[in-house]
Design a protein around this ligand. Sequence first.
Ligand code: SAM
Length: 291
Amino acid sequence: MNKPIATMARTNEILEKYDLYAKKNFGQNFIIEPGIVEKIARLSKADEHSAVIEIGPGIGALTEQLAHVAGQVLAFEIDDRLIDVLADTLSACLNVTVVHQDFLEADLNATVSQLKTTWDQVLVCANLPYYITTPILFKIFESKADIPVITVMMQKEVADRFTASVSTKDYNALSVIVQYQYQVQTVMKIPKTIFNPRPAVDSAVVQFTKKQPDRIAGDEALFFALVKGCFKQRRKTLYNNFREYLQDKEKAMRLLNEAGLEPSLRAETMTLDQFLDLYEVTYETKSLREN
Ligand code: SAM
């Protein structure tokens, strides 16, 4: 029986056999620590009734482990060199389908709906290509596809921004926008030593679990624009950023008063609820209650 793909010996053997080198422009860093991929697959929440979507299977290290825990794995890989390699390395994993496509071009809603006809739940689990971590995640978030849990590896500094709490240095518009929709948690810290080639920075596995929010903004696009406006210049006060966002000084002061927010606050000290308060007074709408 073959050793796991994620062992250093097997990875080197595959790279040599196919004369492969990691392509930097595709963000290729292969995991060479079998315990880590096993653990990520276990953390994904997949079981035999679940389908898992993976973005960037590489030579199949994580895919192989996902295939052990999930009913089906659908893996999107952009690099045409890897398609034949994956057919070989994953030949024993009959529940894996590799799609040769740029994930950013994929019709995610159609894919998820199709998988849901067979499986109880559809999850995402991946070691993401770091150069497009945020576009990939926002494609998933904005699709509104029914994906209750997303478990992905990314650069530690990006993970820190997604998971940041209010009043910390990493808390920014991205933290607020994502935490509005998901419970966000770092579930594993990953040293750079477990990759081939070794990246410059450490990584983390972040899990996004869909929330049942009790306050939702009626127009999310407007809510997100307002949050971004409040963070526009980090060193400026809430009043200064907000009045620029509204292009109206008096109105800005009046609305901050109405929302019970000190004009001298800075966005990084504002909770999600305070952003929703400001959204409500600005757009004269109560945030809706779900259910
Ligand atoms: N899953 C493997 C592992 O953990 O060892 C490889 C992860 S590597 C960090 C990222 C993978 O994403 C590479 O295989 C790369 O070719 C692939 N990739 C990069 N951009 C992509 C895109 N837009 N769509 C799908 N796959 C992509």
